[in-house]
Write a protein that binds this ligand. Structure first.
Ligand code: SAM
Ligand code: SF4
Length: 333
């Protein structure tokens, strides 16, 4: 299916819950979100139904996110049913990785294609500060398990934030010895509008990807490693809007996602579904279309109509707007 700007829309990101087992300071308030009542949240069968309708319209790829998707009950059977939905070619997940040791095997058997694991820093104290209660070792174990279980590719995503002063070079080196695809994502100062950003970060904390590349290359060359090389041929499957590089001889890649310094709106192929059943055409646009009512009260045609409305409302680009009324844990990042 195409939007009115001619872009093929074949990708749906689904937030399964607004709850999480971490409390990242830029994503959630300390007390958590969890204000949605049980009834507000889409039931598993409702998610499956909307995917079936969307797949008939041309959606082929699904990403499950949250909140933390692995805290949602029935996750493996949901994955299995989505994988078996006619028209769906891949189901992937973005997770903080903490529950992967518990679920990775089941998810792989259910047919999950890929996992992206979010990890902003390799410094245990800094990790605890950013996540408020997280233990770095748990995520590192989650990454190991994802690799051992045979997920391919395994991508690890770090949001880059100036005032955190992360060690980008050490992080990029994770791509050398194992087939890990490291990606640096520009921090999006959305919290100013949602009011749930406890980090106090703002526009001054956005680091353009070019600057991160330069920092990594300067260190790599100083340590005799050689600068990053563009890796057009090594792009991991499901590469999305990232630009990929690799260190010479490395097993993995280093990617950069630059929503602010290099808009990729012209290539945007996605719609978003929130945990409470609102469809969004753009991360940064607060226009939402209520598909839950259509699911609960109507036919598949009514669901399809809402999908068509959201598709037609998709803006050409976000025009430098980066705020959202809802936090990332509700929209799904
Ligand atoms: N809990 C899962 C996780 O952390 O991977 C999935 C949901 S989380 C909201 C998805 C992604 O959004 C995470 O990688 C997180 O770092 C990212 N994110 C949250 N707030 C962000 C922001 N303001 N700017 C950039 N990325 C953000
Ligand atoms: Fe949870 Fe992911 Fe938000 Fe962190 S970024 S609080 S892990 S939903």
């Amino acid at each position: 299916m195409k939007d009115k700007h001619g872009r093929v829309i074949d990708y749906l990101r689904i937030s399964l819950t607004d709850r999480c087992n971490l409390r990242c300071i830029y994503c959630m308030p300390e007390e958590g979100v969890g204000q949605m009542s049980h009834d507000d949240i889409l039931r598993i069968e409702e998610i499956e139904r909307i995917v079936a309708v969307a797949a008939r319209m041309g959606i082929t790829r699904i990403r499950l996110t949250g909140g933390e998707p692995l805290v949602r009950k029935g996750i493996a059977s949901l994955v299995r049913n989505l994988v078996n939905t006619p028209g769906i070619e891949s189901v992937a997940m973005t997770t903080n990785g903490i529950l992967l040791p518990q679920f990775a095997h089941e998810l792989k058997e259910a047919g999950l294609s890929r996992v992206n694991i979010s990890l902003d820093t390799l410094d245990a104290a800094q990790f605890r500060q950013v996540t408020r209660n997280g233990n770095l070792e748990d995520v590192l174990e989650g990454i190991d398990v994802a690799l051992r279980t045979g997920f391919k590719p395994v991508k690890i995503n770090a949001v880059t934030v100036r005032s955190l002063n992360q060690d980008f070079y050490e992080y990029a080196k994770l791509s050398i010895d194992r087939p890990l695809h490291v990606r640096f994502i520009e921090y999006m100062p959305v919290g100013e509008s949602s009011g749930i950003d406890g980090a106090g970060w703002g526009k001054k904390d956005v680091i353009a990807s070019e600057e991160v590349i330069e920092i990594i290359n300067t260190r790599a060359q100083a340590e005799g490693m050689g600068a990053l090389i563009p890796a057009a041929k090594q792009k991991p499957e499901g590469w999305g809007p990232a630009r990929y590089f690799a260190f010479e001889g490395a097993q993995g890649t280093v990617g950069f996602i630059s929503p602010l310094s290099r808009h990729f709106c012209t290539e945007c192929n996605r719609l978003r579904l929130t945990a409470d059943g609102k469809l969004r055409a753009c991360l940064f646009s607060d226009e939402e279309f209520d598909v839950r009512e259509a699911l609960r009260g109507g036919s598949d045609e009514a669901v399809q109509e809402i999908l068509e409305q959201v598709l037609m409302s998709k803006p050409d680009e976000h025009h430098d707007k980066v705020g959202t009324a809802r936090g990332m844990s509700q929209i799904g990042g």
